[in-house]
Structure formats: structure tokens, C-alpha cells
Design a protein around this ligand. Sequence first.
Ligand code: GLA
Length: 374
Amino acid sequence: MVQTRALRAALGERSATGLVRAPGRVNLVGDHTDYNEGFVLPLAVDRECVVGWRPRDDGRVVVHALDLDDSATVAADGRDDPGAVEPPWARLVAGVVRALRERGRPPVGLEAALTSSVPPGSGLSSSAALEVALALAATDAAAGFALDRLELARACRDAEQQATGVPCGPMDQLASLFGRRDHALLIDCRSLAIDTVALPEKIAVLVVHSGIARAIAHSAYAERRTACEAAAVQLGKPALRDAGAGEVADDPRARHVVSENQRVIDAVAAIRAGDLDALGALLLASHASLRDDFEVSTPELDLLVDLLMEEGAIGARLTGAGFGGCVVALVRRNRADHLAGRAVRRYRAATGIEPTAFVARAVDGAGAVAAEVT
Ligand code: GLA
């Protein structure tokens, strides 16, 4: 594998002690529900961050980002402020180191090289993939230190929040750690219970990037979360998870969250019953709710959804935080390439923007790269 050779080379003459991978994710339905302690239905996808590592005995964590041709160093004892480290990509490194230190990791140094096929700024959780891969490497490097996967997910979520200042929920890190091949994950973001949902074989998950990076995502995301929390307080509920549709009928933000939670539950039932029409309708309703009630869509995402539907998708919606990034569509597998090609051409002609499309395969969650330890 060229990729693993490059990782080894970056670590110098000594070969890597360990090699770990962590996937990005695409969310089928259930957006802006995770931080309201609701439900989500993501799958880990075959785009991943791979980290090769070996120990260092000087208490430093040195990371080489091969795709950026850049390196950064943080102290293994977590003293570097994740919000302030330079260059900015290394804030995620400092965040992971600090979050693990807070959970008892000894300040053992490591040298790591990483490369990722998760497109950044696309809403496919490139940062969660990096955090999880690095956290696994840092855990393996500290003899006698271990965390269960739920705690690892919480640590990586904390790292993301501290590094980016975005008050995200737990979905992305859980999806990266708990993904299962050919399955989506029904996650209860209150109990963190995870149920696997087999994806129908004849259906492909098509991801199309609008070509627009998520510009105002940070501030708008925080504003949406604050609005949701305020709505829960107003209703005297612990979280919007506990509100009923009748209680939020006049509040579009809360209405989105409550209706979206129900759509996740209904989508799982539709998948299990093989009812693709119902599933498609739920995806479209989710997009409409994110566009009209939660107001996180863009004209480009709306256009992509329309074009994909016109070309024969079963359902389509924006995926992730919104404000740019990707849409996800469910399409009949034997028509996926044809349909994607037509939608991409029409989008390009209408906007002058170059979108990228790929069929995502659901993969297992993060772990060691098999047969690569030398
Ligand atoms: C981002 C966050 C997640 C989640 C989604 C929206 O991906 O990191 O926690 O809130 O947005 O569903």
C-alpha cells in the first residue's frame, strides 16, 4: 500500500510501531438532534484517516500531516491550549492529547504520521476521523492505559469542542468508533445506546459535495444549539428530546428537532420493513425541515436535492451541520453511476461549480490496520 509506505517513511528509518485507521461518516437522517439528546442514523464510510506511530521518550507528541506537508509538536502532558496552538490543524492534536490526559493518560510522547481520504470541510467528519485515529494511537502508545470506546468517543468530542470552539454533539466520534460494515447506526444520544441497522443490498448511499465549503458553520451552529437549549428551558424539559410535537408547534427551531427525532425512528422502521418509498419521503421531509425550520441549507444544497430527485433518487437531503458541504441520496445501486453523472452535469451547468460525487460503503469503526505492524 503506497499510503502506509508513505506513513512509514515519514516516521524515519525506524518503521511504525502501530498503524490505526478511523473512518469519516455520513448521516442518513437526524441532524441537529445529537446535542438535543435525540436520535441519529449515521454510517461510517470508506473514507478514513490513517495514522502510523512510534513512541518518543521526550514527552512530546510530534505529528506529521502528510497531506498538508506540515508538522506540529505539542507537549504530551496536555499543557498546550487546544484553542490556541499553531498551525490551526494541530489544535485537534492538542485537543486529543489534553482530553486523554484528563482521563488519566500518562504523558508519554509519540511520533505520528497521518494521511486522510475524508475530504475536509465537507460535513463528512474529517476532524472526528483525525481525532479518533490519533486517540487510538496515543492510547496504544501509553502502556497500561486504556479507555472503553464510549469514553474514547467522549474524549474526542471534548477535543473537537476545545480545538474548534464548536459546541458539537457526540454523533461524529461515535460513528467513527462504532461503525459496522453494511450497516447504519441508530444512536440514542442520551443513553449512547447503539443499535445496528442493516442497509438494503440493492440501495447505494450516494454522497455529493456541493463544492461549497461550510463558511459560517461555526457561529451559526453555536447559535442554533443555544436556541434549542433555550427552548427546552422554556418548556421546563431537560432537553428537546423530551418535548412533544404539540409543545413546539410555534417554534420552528424546536419543531425541527422534535420532528427530526421522529423521522429517525420512522426511517429505521422503514428500512427494516423494506419500505423504500416511506424512507425516501422521510429524507425529503428532513431536508425541508432543515431548510425551512432550522434554516441551515443553502441554495446549492437545495438544488442538488432537487436534481437528484428528478434523476430518480429514492430520497435526498443535506447531511451534517449544513451551511454547505454535502447531500446524501439513497439510490438504486444499479442506477447509481448514471444518476450521479446526470445530476452532477446539471448542477455544474446551472451553477458553474464543480461538485464531487461518490458511492459510500458502510465500513467497520476505527481500529488497527490489519497486518501492518512490523
Ligand atoms: C456536526 C456536529 C455533530 C452534529 C451535526 C449535525 O457534524 O459535529 O455533532 O451536531 O453537525 O447533526
